[in-house]
Design a protein around this ligand. Structure first.
Ligand code: 5GP
Length: 112
């Protein structure tokens, strides 16, 4: 099981902020902004580079979940950033697709 499957299964505790049949969202254990949430498909896609055409509906649900989480957590007015880290140079550390939602402070661009 991936780390995030264990979170879905409640084998590892997390602060869940949103959940549907297909998607779960919980607070990052090491937040990089005042609000830092991971939006994760319950079905494992290792990384965006490995997504297939069949995954398109699930990928769409992930983006809609991002917007829902941002609304729920009051990020809409100030704005927020959505990040996917893919592979070594992208900084991926967990091989289970996840979208970072970061907000609550101005974020620098470009990222480091
Ligand atoms: P990546 O580096 O793969 O893009 O993002 C993985 C994220 O998972 C990191 O931001 C890291 O802080 C977070 N993370 C790692 N282990 C845990 C955990 O056990 N619980 C939670 N909530 N987040 C975790």
């Amino acid at each position: 099981m991936t780390l995030f499957e264990k979170i879905v299964a409640r084998q590892i505790p997390s602060e869940i902020v949103h959940e549907t049949e297909d998607v779960i969202a919980f607070r990052d254990i090491a937040p990089k902004a005042p609000t830092h949430v991971l939006v994760v498909p319950k079905r494992v896609i290792p990384r965006i580079a490995e997504a297939k055409a069949d995954d398109a509906p699930l990928l769409g649900k992930l983006l809609l979940a991002v917007a829902e989480v941002a609304r729920k957590l009051g990020l809409e007015q100030g704005g927020y950033r959505v990040v996917i880290n893919n592979g070594r140079d992208g900084g991926e550390t967990v091989p289970h697709l996840h979208l970072h939602v970061l907000g609550g402070r101005p974020l620098a661009w470009p990222p480091g």
